[in-house]
Design a protein around this ligand. Structure first.
Ligand code: HDD
Length: 716
């Protein structure tokens, strides 16, 4: 086809040249849509002032409501249509605004504008999610977490739509509907919610060995992060980065949380379903409100094109990761999440991510899972957000200006001026015009990849290894993590009703990861696992590495107590000085000390002061905090020891491997609760000073791992 004679030689339009985003561009862009009712009259959507919002218009006070009551009809009409379809996966989520700032290193690999200037902050909107459950399901279920980032760059939106696990369940997107049907609540009774512990999931994954690696990740404690700030993120697929010289390199994206990684304990996660179903979203919301922002480093693993085939797996296979020991993660920037949305629906619910949203300098590969995703997201958004104009919804609009000849359809907001809505045209001066490709011009240029192949419906033999990286992951776990994984398979399979599915997992899948894993889970189910691997050699594959320390959650523990929440148990008669000292010392370290009392009534301290509790024992139970300090004061400790809730508080904290400090008489509560005094992770002292340093060191390791086996004895 002939080239458009009106192609813009230098830029994407005369008005677009000087456009530059700042950290605040997206917020400024949203400002014109924000609505604050303070000081305003109540009106209909047509602007009519409403005089009575309590009574519908009737024929007589006790008579029928009249059709002509336009105020009533408008209100009900709007209400009746408030809901939109929830996302088919990742329905439950929480999001925050922030910014991304590149490091010097970033510009080496990609010409993308957001990576060029270390002084530049690009606005982002990040949505975290679970996958299986509906919008109203619990936060702390055993599941993958979505980690989707929209970068509002000078050159348009880039969406990095990743998860908190670096691999996926399937290799080809054509299996995605099968996988999702299998994991979702079962179709006949819509049970279970937010769970993979059911027949259809285990039936499918045990018939699809390629899912083994990812299933193993979901059976690890990664499946219920302590906080979104303690979660890694991964772009999963191998992407391409294109530098200013036009050179392409393969790249895997990583988000590394600066606060370290840590998770909940399974029993704790389950209890949180009832105690605080909003646990993760509440923590993120509260922290941002308190100025304790979430921070992550963006990293890339770079593979030169000539090294594509140097690995013992295929870079295009999304069930494989590149061990960090083979290709280090190079940090290329930092992201800070520092602002909560104003409105959940308008922003978090209506945001539409799409891995196909890329900017010049970022490109795709032939990963068949990625290729399918490039179709699916736009498609689902048509239904969920009601048609092709969802890009005009404020949260989805790029901050960069955009003009094209797309027109009309439902709810079109843009008022396109001019007569020509086609290109080329000579009526409107040829605008909007194409921009030539290349870094100096800015037009998007797809990577110049040669493809010369037969059309086949097939899978590459290089995708045949289904187990070696599962074994690598297993080998990389600490003993405690391995125990948790064994317990997870045991629990999940206990919920599977059909015996042949349980058998298939134990006899045909687990031995190929590790014989001991299979034996232990088998033992718990009364099923004898095979004594040798059962899969064919090509499925077992080979890994050039026996283990990868980076795959253990313990590799990046927080190391300090910043952002941690600590219960300070207190009742009437408590030693008020100890409470004050504990609070102050925790705060100085960036943690939060919360005074937890039997009720919300002010606590009368022994020193005559009154202390306002932050919460009461069953309002903020131990599962919602990271550790416990029992303050001294004979009366207070006696009251707590005589209360089931007081005893349960410390027992549960003990069971969930939390550091526990008891000051003065506080130790009596521990002995009343059956908690050993002389044990790692239990700190007794006459003053807060006596215990504070070892107590916080233990908290920095997140949990008292040495207690793991013993904690099961605690009946809490
Ligand atoms: Fe997906 C949503 C991540 C494979 C189809 N996906 C969705 C979200 C995340 C991911 C984080 C939620 C975004 C948000 O917060 O709104 N998905 C992934 C990752 C995958 C993956 C990391 C594998 C590497 N997804 C995948 C495949 C398909 C989809 C193979 C289909 C071929 N995903 C969708 C979807 C969703 C979605 C149905 C539901 C809601 C939406 O897109 O907007 O299109």
């Amino acid at each position: 086809m002939a080239k458009n004679p009106h192609t813009n030689p230098n830029s994407d339009g005369p008005h677009d040249q000087d456009f530059k985003t700042t950290e605040h561009s997206k917020s400024e862009n949203l400002e014109k849509y924000r609505s604050d009712a303070e000081g305003h009259d109540l009106r209909t959507n047509q602007g009519i002032r409403i005089s009575d919002n309590h009574n519908s218009l009737k024929a007589g006070e006790r008579g029928p409501t009249l059709m002509e009551d336009f105020i009533f009809r408008e209100k009900l009409n709007h209400f009746d249509n408030e809901r939109i379809p929830e996302r088919i996966v990742h329905a439950r989520g929480a999001a925050a605004h922030g910014y991304f700032q590149p490091y010097q290193e970033a510009a080496r690999f990609s010409k993308a504008g957001l990576f060029q200037d270390p002084g530049k902050k690009t606005p982002v909107f990040v949505r975290f999610s679970t996958v299986q459950g509906s919008r109203g399901s619990n936060d702390t279920v055993r599941d993958v977490r979505g980690f989707a980032t929209k970068f509002y760059t000078d050159e348009g939106n880039w969406d990095l739509v990743g998860n908190d696990m670096p691999v996926f369940f399937i290799q080809d997107a054509i299996k995605f509907p099968d996988f999702v049907h299998a994991v979702k609540p079962e179709p006949h009774n819509e049970i279970p919610q937010g769970q993979s512990a059911h027949d259809t999931f285990w039936d499918f994954v045990s018939l699809m060995p390629e899912s083994t690696h990812m299933v193993l990740w979901t059976m690890s404690d990664r499946a219920f992060p302590r906080h979104y700030r303690n979660m890694e993120g991964f772009g999963v697929h191998t992407f391409r980065l294109i530098d200013k010289q036009g050179k392409a390199r393969f790249a895997k994206f990583h988000w590394k949380p600066l606060a370290g990684t840590c998770s909940l304990i399974w029993d704790e996660a389950q209890k949180l379903w009832g105690r605080d179903p909003d646990f993760n979203r509440r923590n993120m919301w509260d922290d941002i409100e308190n100025g304790d922002f979430l921070e992550y480093e963006l990293g890339v693993q770079i593979v030169e094109e000539e090294d594509e085939h140097k690995f013992d797996f295929d870079l295009l296979d999304p069930t494989k990761l590149i061990p960090e020991e083979q290709v280090p993660v190079i940090p290329i920037g930092k992201m800070v999440l520092n602002r909560n949305p104003d409105n959940y629906f308008a922003e978090t619910e209506q945001v539409a991510y799409n891995p196909a949203n890329v900017v010049p300098g970022i490109d795709f590969t032939n990963d068949p899972l990625l290729q399918g995703r490039l179709f699916s997201y736009l498609d689902t958004q048509m239904l969920r957000l009601g048609g092709p104009n969802f890009h005009e919804i404020p949260i989805n609009q790029p901050v960069a200006p955009f003009h094209n000849n797309q027109r009309d359809s439902m709810h079109r907001q843009t008022i396109n001026k001019g007569q020509a809505s086609y290109e080329p045209n000579s009526i409107d001066g040829g605008w909007p015009r194409e921009t030539p490709a290349g870094p100096e011009n800015g037009g998007y240029e797809s990577y110049y990849e040669r493809v010369d192949a037969n059309k086949v419906r097939a899978r590459s033999a290089s995708f045949g290894d289904h187990y070696s990286q599962a074994t690598l992951f297993w080998n990389s776990q600490t003993d405690v993590e391995k125990e948790h994984i064994i317990a997870a398979y045991t629990f999940e399979l206990s919920k599977v009703e059909r015996p042949w599915i349980r058998e298939r997992v134990i006899k045909e899948i687990l031995p190929n990861i590790d014989l001991e894993l299979a034996r232990r889970v088998g033992e718990n189910h009364g099923i004898e696992a095979p004594s040798s691997k059962t899969a064919p050699a090509d499925e077992l594959g080979t890994s050039s590495q026996a283990d990868s320390p980076a795959l253990s959650l313990m590799a990046r523990l927080p190391g300090n107590i910043k952002y941690r929440k600590v219960a300070i148990l207190a009742a009437d008669g408590v030693d008020g000085d100890q409470v004050a000292a504990a609070k102050a010392k925790l705060e100085a370290e960036g943690a939060q000390g919360m005074v937890i009392a039997p009720s919300m009534a002010p606590v009368k301290a022994a020193n005559g002061q009154t202390i306002t509790p932050d919460a009461m024992l069953n309002g903020m139970p131990s599962v919602t905090l990271d550790s416990v300090i029992v303050a001294g004061g004979a009366e207070s400790v006696k009251a707590l020891s005589q209360s089931g809730q007081g005893l349960y508080y410390v027992q549960e904290a003990y069971k969930h491997l939390k550091a526990i400090a008891a000051i003065g008489e506080g130790k009596d509560l521990l002995s009343a609760a059956g908690i050993p005094a002389q044990e790692e992770g239990i700190f007794l002292g006459a003053t807060v000073d006596d215990v504070f340093t070892p107590f916080t060191e233990a908290m920095g390791k997140h949990r008292v791992w040495a207690r793991d086996a013993k904690a099961n004895m605690m009946p809490a």
